[in-house]
Design a protein around this ligand. Structure first.
Ligand code: SF4
Ligand code: SF4
Length: 426
């Protein structure tokens, strides 16, 4: 890759470019982020480290990269996990630099080919539209029941990494969406006099409907009124990560409107929560910034309010694994652990690398299967050493990735969302 070392290159003038450029200058090249970076841990290459990528993005902003497409593979291999932001003593906003640069590349030199087309089509025309996503899951379930998935795997029509990664499609009952509208605490529960709005997102509903039902149950059992706004949309995180901030802004604006009357917007997906807390930056409006201040991860909300309903007993040994977009993206670390410590009978074991990425990163594990596979394997190695029966993590992508790697390794431990352990006995 040709990167000119001509230091006389001038700083870019256009405001977005100038903004990205200014942020790259915060990096003092100390290298303290390198050990935290999962791609650098696996590949050991400077250009696949945070410092290396910042250098490349700065060179691009300064016009010193002769072929901008040449830096794309290094950016595509980044998980956007933000572990480098936690490690960085200079406060470099790596995620913002990466996302702005990807958007610029996508706008000026959109990726060509069937794969790029399919990614764009699926993210905007399927994942971002709940009805179509539900229809796709219904079709996938039908195909599975008819044995077509097995056939597609045998005939290698379904790539091996996809066959391994995708768990069985949940039944129609398990995929059942929450009823939109207002839900009241049941009789016998002391009301808190507080209403929360629940964000349901895209993939969590059809894949882990049980997590939404548990979230609703826990909130109601703890005396909160729960509003599920019908007009809410996907958070747009996957579009932002793919360099498509324009469509993501449409979704963000729709969510700002859908939750306009809410005081608190609670979510149970770390990736969505992180993206929504960044709506101020994404939309660049006061409304977007005000919406962001109302967003809470369910663990953050419940830990602050306190549990009034004791969770059901769960006699098992478990490890909590931090989703990157909860610990690095939102700084939420203690709250899930505080809540899980209140589950009667639960033994919470520590493991070596709770804050290392699992390799899921949205659809990264589908697009970069080998690297994601190695990062996932290292995560399972760390969990297996803890001798646990259960892994607890609060993001759908992490749940899928860790579960698939546990199954592939023949490990007996299974994966649950922490909220599922907070449900009181019925
Ligand atoms: S976001 Fe994660 S993968 Fe990307 S450079 Fe930072 S630490 Fe590495
Ligand atoms: S830790 Fe921060 S300042 Fe140091 S190289 Fe990494 S990004 Fe740059």
């Amino acid at each position: 890759m040709a990167v000119s070392s001509d230091c006389r290159s001038s700083a870019p003038g256009a405001s977005a470019d100038a903004d990205v450029y200014a942020r790259t200058l915060d990096c003092v090249h100390c290298g303290l982020c390198l050990p935290a970076c999962p791609t650098h841990q696996v590949l050991g290459v400077e250009a696949d480290s945070p410092r290396g990528r910042i250098y490349l993005m700065r060179a691009l902003a300064e016009g010193r990269v002769q072929d901008p497409a040449a830096i794309r593979p290094f950016l595509d291999r980044c998980l956007d996990c933000r572990a480098c932001e936690t490690a960085c003593p200079s406060g470099v906003k790596y995620g913002e630099i990466l996302e702005s640069t990807k958007a610029k590349l996508e706008q000026e030199r959109p990726q060509r080919g069937l794969r790029a087309f399919l990614v764009r089509f699926l993210l905007w025309h399927v994942v971002a539209r709940q009805r179509r996503l539900r229809a796709m899951f219904a079709l996938a379930r039908g195909a599975e029941v008819l044995g077509l998935r097995w056939l597609a795997t045998k005939l290698r029509l379904l790539p091996a990494h996809m066959a391994r990664l995708l768990p069985p499609v949940p039944s129609a009952a398990e995929r059942r969406p929450l009823r939109p509208g207002l839900h009241h605490p049941p009789a016998g529960v002391t009301p808190r006099g507080k209403r929360v709005a629940l964000f349901t997102g895209c993939i969590m509903e059809p894949m882990f409907g049980r997590v939404h039902r548990a979230t609703l149950q826990v909130l109601l059992a703890n005396g909160f009124e729960v509003e599920v706004p019908a007009a809410q949309r996907c958070c747009g995180a996957l579009l932002v990560h793919a360099g498509m901030p324009g469509p993501a802004r449409q979704l963000a604006a729709a969510n700002v409107r859908a939750f306009a009357d809410a005081d608190v917007v609670v979510n149970n997906s770390a990736g969505c929560g992180c993206a929504m807390k960044e709506y101020g930056h994404l939309l660049g409006t006061a409304d977007g910034a005000a919406f962001a201040t109302k967003c809470r991860d369910i663990s953050e909300f419940l830990a602050a309010e306190g549990l009034s309903a004791t969770p059901a007993e769960c006699r098992t040994k478990a490890a909590y694994d931090d989703p990157c977009h909860l610990c690095h993206g939102q700084g939420v670390r203690a709250q899930p652990r505080q809540l899980l410590a209140q589950v009667p009978g639960l033994e919470l074991a520590a493991h070596d690398k709770p804050e290392d990425c699992c390799g899921s990163a949205g659809i990264y594990n589908l697009l970069q299967p080998e690297l994601a596979g190695e990062i996932g394997r290292r995560k399972i190695e760390s969990l297996a050493k803890a001798g646990i029966d259960l892994v607890l993590t609060g993001n759908p992508g992490c749940m899928l990735q860790i579960d698939s790697h546990l199954r592939a390794a023949g490990h007996k431990a299974r994966v649950r969302h922490p909220i599922e352990l907070l449900v009181p006995p019925s």
